[in-house]
Write a protein that binds this ligand. Structure first.
Ligand code: NMX
Ligand code: MLT
Length: 472
């Protein structure tokens, strides 16, 4: 569903809606907020949930038997690509257009979500509100949510001890996932389940766990960074800052531009519909009624793979290896040769290709726009721009790559590197912090809608052989 034809139309629409509250067709709505319960995310959800439960019930009873496609052998052996099999409310991915968060594209979010600075990047808290409720929040609602997250951000001491039990050289994703597992001991869902909570109430402790988790991941993540790279000198939170700004601060980066980058980064990496490895893993694990900590930790372990989130680390390391081998003034021909060398050694070109997208990732494009605005002369940014010209024709020439265009990871590293966050092995942790927002939002809806245990059918090659022979 496309709710807005263009960003300028959206801007006009928003100013009209601010004057005169009304509903939009579809899932994104704008409301003017007055009462204190309207500033409270939990109260908003409580009102929304019964209506969405009814909607799903009706969908099942009226359309439960409608076919959504045919399953082929290619799909079964090819990682279920193109197979529709999950319900995921918070975002939807179009192969050509890219991601829409509750119907809004990234440029639209940049236009309409509240910002810390006039004309600046969206506040991730605003995106969290949007993902959870399907409504655009006011600045007051976002401020209230910022405060709520600050109030939930205290990380118990044993979490630091658990991380400290690992070698300081352990991969930052291992340290991060260990920290999340250690947070699990505070799970409200687990406690409530042990006390026999009725299933109609599952979403409430899931909400508590999810907000606590989202509030605490930046604290755990910045602890990992300071431990791994800054001699363990921890920087306390600054409660005058928003979620993204404070995360940047706790990592040790106080420049206003880096804080803006962090707001953009956390916003755009948050959610990418439900089938990607991290989101799908969380959804699968949570379908067994594992709590949000267990589910999110599992998601992080998938995110840590080089074909998924670790690609952001791989991109910066690969780009630096290009410079190391070919020098600063690399020619187009040298770059082409380096790309071929990578491919011929049986490796992928990190940051290019996608399981669903078939055009340039809009998350790449908005990072490129950020770079053009804030660091146009950065040599590594210029190299990234050159790769945008050189890599797609080569991948196309290979003849098997379905999408030769850059994805989100092709760009993020050089931006972070520019502002001093140079440790590539840490980058996937940042992706993980952001993804907690999308995953936890959906997990609350999973429990509110009573979604089923995930248990697809698997078959053997023998089974496929005999089935296909019979079908021939
Ligand atoms: N470099 C080299 N080969 C590639 C690339 C690439 N960037 N992208 C796809 N291919 C190959 C792929 O390995 C496969 O080869 P084979 O048949 O020999 O196994 C063939 O092209 C067909 O793959 P596709 O159907 O185009 O892609 P698929 O959906 O299987 O995989 C990715 C998607 C993202 C895993 C793949 O494009 C890739 O490995 N990209 C590089 C790693 C990367 O940037 N990952 C990050 C994705 C975004 N994220 O953050 O998660
Ligand atoms: C993501 O953000 O999860 C990646 O782009 C991978 C995907 O969508 O499959």
């Amino acid at each position: 569903m496309v709710f807005f034809r263009s960003v300028s139309a959206l801007s006009k629409l928003r100013s009209r809606l601010v004057q005169q509250p009304s509903f939009l067709n579809g899932s994104v709505r704008w409301l003017q907020m007055q009462s204190s319960s309207e500033l409270d995310l939990h109260s908003q959800l409580k009102d929304l949930i019964p209506e969405q439960q009814e909607r799903l019930k009706k969908l099942k009873s009226e359309h439960g038997k409608v076919q959504l496609g045919n399953i082929t052998v290619d799909m079964v052996v090819g990682g279920m690509r193109g197979m529709t099999g999950l319900l995921w409310e918070t975002s939807l991915l179009d192969p050509d257009e890219g991601i829409r968060f509750r119907g809004l594209s990234i440029p639209e979010c940049q236009k309409v979500l509240p910002t810390a600075n006039p004309g600046g990047e969206p506040l991730p808290e605003g995106l969290l509100w949007l993902l959870l409720t399907g409504k655009l929040p006011s600045k007051e609602q976002v401020n209230a949510l910022s405060k709520e997250l600050q109030n939930r951000a205290t990380v118990p001491d044993h979490v630091y001890k658990a991380i400290n039990a690992l070698p300081v050289t352990a991969h930052p994703m291992t340290q991060f996932a260990t920290g999340i597992m250690a947070l699990q001991v505070q799970s409200e869902f687990q406690k409530a389940y042990e006390k026999g909570i009725h299933k109609s109430k599952f979403w409430e402790p899931t909400y508590e766990d999810s907000l606590n988790l989202i509030a605490q991941v930046p604290v755990v993540a910045s602890f990992v960074y300071r431990r791994a790279y800054k001699d363990g000198q921890i920087i306390p939170a600054d409660d005058s800052l928003d979620y993204g700004g404070n995360f940047s601060h706790m990592l040790g980066f106080d420049s206003p531009k880096m804080q803006e980058l962090m707001r953009l980064y956390v916003t755009i990496h948050s959610d990418h519909e439900g089938g990607n490895v991290s989101a799908h893993t969380a959804h699968l694990v949570a379908s067994a009624l594992s709590d949000p900590y267990l589910s999110f930790a599992a998601a992080l372990n998938g995110l840590a793979g080089p074909l998924h989130g670790l690609a952001n680390q791989e991109v910066l390391l690969w780009i630096k290896s290009v410079v190391e081998e070919c020098g600063d003034n690399i020619t187009t021909e040298e770059l082409k040769e380096y790309v071929w060398k990578t491919l011929n050694s049986g490796k992928v070109v990190p940051g290019f290709g996608h399981g669903v997208l078939r055009k340039t990732d809009p998350r790449y494009t908005c990072q490129r726009e950020f770079a053009l605005k804030h660091l146009p002369d950065d040599p590594l940014f210029q190299l990234v721009s050159k790769l945008y010209e050189v890599v797609p024709p080569i991948l196309t020439e290979l003849g098997k790559v379905k999408n030769p265009w850059p994805n989100v990871d092709a760009h993020s590293g050089v931006l972070l590197n520019h502002f001093g966050l140079t440790e590539a092995r840490y980058f996937t942790v940042l992706f993980g912090v952001s993804r907690s927002i999308g995953i936890c939002s959906q997990l609350i809806w999973d429990r509110a809608l009573g979604l089923a245990l995930e248990r697809p059918k698997s078959v053997t090659m023998d089974w496929l052989d005999s089935y296909c022979k019979k079908a021939a």
